[in-house]
Design a protein around this ligand. Sequence first.
Ligand code: GDP
Length: 198
Amino acid sequence: MKIKSADFVISNSDVARCPNEPIPEYAFIGRSNVGKSSLINMLTERKSLAKTSGRPGKTQLINHFKINENWFLVDLPGYGYARVSKRDKKTFQKYITNYFLQREQLVCSFVLVDIRHEPQPIDMEFMQWMGENGIPFAIIFTKADKLKPKAIERDVKTYLDTLTADMWEEAPQHFVTSASQRSGRDELLNFIDDINEK
Ligand code: GDP
């Protein structure tokens, strides 16, 4: 897929106020600092479409970007940032939960995990919740440039084995990416393209 246009549309914390257009939507979510903004900028070839996090945990909104006039890329807030208050965490959980449960246009979500990290409880719980609620998602491993190819293969396998051992019969689809090396871009965009064309 060639990115011809990528435009910011709206930010809000209320799923009812998300754009009303019936076009497919893809959401990106993960722990703060996982490399989500860098990945979105890499995918869209825009230097700062998504704000890279100077202040992790501060972009607590649902951000809609319209791509090529025919699909939405949704940048969701990073979760698991320790310095967010309990009250903020609750509010956050509620509107993100509402977003996933109520957003009809949502076709697939991408859960980002740092390829260097072992499976973290917060990610596991989140994926479990997605599965229980029938919300389709794929995993994106980020920062692959930090590891050698052999280690990538080994760690991805361990990660997926953990998922299948704990909760899934089959591991979710996954992508290995690096924003700094621009790798994994074609695979991800082709995946989105294929769904959009169905
Ligand atoms: P976000 O909080 O998930 O949006 O993460 P950011 O995109 O702001 O990135 C967090 C930190 O990880 C920054 O210091 C980035 O430079 C770094 N980072 C992001 N993507 C990559 C990557 O692909 N490779 C490497 N080596 N560092 C990355």
